[in-house]
Design a binder for this molecule. Structure first.
Ligand code: 1HE
Length: 269
């Protein structure tokens, strides 16, 4: 595997058609994330070739990630700590507010900074082995990779407080119920499901994907009046693209796929 950036030897990149595949590949340390790995993931997505329309973020081994590489925390000054945390925020924002929708595959440990990385992706597919924890509390530190912003919006402040104060570990089923993952699939089925979803996403009109990544999370943080106004602007911008006219003509001519009712299988996976 090669790719547009090879900043970290522990991150693999390949492209299959319009889909970029980024794999965490540091099995001996359970994919503990050093700053170079996190930066590499952000850079791979920010600098992806123009024909990349979606991405899958996965792991080459049984764990997604054991979180921050704790060897990076030893002997740093307070100011170094600020810069270190900000060094995570930037690439994670590159992921969340980039132009490429990212589907992550969660298995085994999804811990601390590993969970923070997962939370910056747009769709999370979990396997039954996935478990979620914030051992920062046990290590005497606080989260630094965006969890205090992203996780309460998914599961609520009180549940995140429980994870940090008591070391509570959530299993894959609880993660699905709480919205940490949107999908829960069978053992070893995560990559195929994620790749399938990424393929579906890659077929969308690019302006829709852009609006979902850029406008939707911002609108969700606005007051209702402001949000509705920005929604109207985004709706008008999206309707103006040539691709929309083609898609509507295809539907009205009976050539486009109809919305299918969910089967029992699709509802849970
Ligand atoms: C590590 C790390 C790490 C493993 N940094 N080296 N994250 C944590 O506090 C989680 C710490 N890790 C664990 O609890 C366990 O390693 C696991 C449950 C993930 C896996 O257990 P296991 O038995 O399969 O592996 P292991 O034997 O514990 O670990 C294998 C090696 O990986 C071992 O090194 P070795 O040289 O002795 O072989 C471990 O030391 C090493 N390793 N996890 C460094 N995290 C932006 S701020 C985010 C703040 C945080 O993420 S805090 C949470 C950190």
């Amino acid at each position: 595997m090669g790719g547009p950036s090879s900043l970290s030897e522990f991150v693999r990149y390949e492209q299959r058609g319009p889909i970029a595949i980024i794999a965490l590949d540091r099995p001996s340390k359970r994919n503990a994330l050093d700053t170079a790995m996190v930066r590499t993931i952000g850079a791979l997505l920010a600098d992806a070739p123009d024909d990349v329309a979606a991405a899958v973020l996965t792991s080459s081994s049984e764990h997604f990630s054991a979180g921050l590489d704790l060897t990076e925390l030893t002997g740093t000054s307070v100011f170094d700590g600020v810069l270190h945390s900000r060094g995570w925020h930037e690439p994670l924002n590159q992921i969340q507010f980039g132009t490429i929708p990212v589907v992550s595959v969660l298995r085994g440990a999804v811990i601390g900074g590993g969970l923070e990385l997962a939370l910056a992706t747009h769709i999370r597919v979990a396997e039954p082995s996935a478990y979620y924890a914030l051992p920062e509390g046990s290590r005497g530190i606080f989260v630094g990779g965006g969890a205090s912003v992203r996780l309460p919006r998914l599961i609520g402040v009180h549940r995140m407080a429980d994870m940090m104060l008591t070391g509570r570990v959530l299993d894959a089923s609880a993660g699905l119920d709480l919205g940490i993952s949107q999908y829960l699939v069978g053992h070893d089925e995560g990559f195929d499901k994620a790749f399938q979803l990424a393929g579906r996403i890659a077929e969308n009109n690019p302006v829709t994907n852009y609006a979902v990544l850029q406008a939707l999370p911002r609108i969700a943080e606005m007051g209702p009046s402001e949000g509705l106004f920005v929604e109207s602007l985004m709706a008008a911008i999206s309707q103006g693209s040539d691709r929309v006219k083609e898609l509507l003509e295809e539907f009205l001519a009976g050539r486009a796929a109809k919305v299918a009712a969910p089967s029992d299988v699709m509802e849970t996976s």
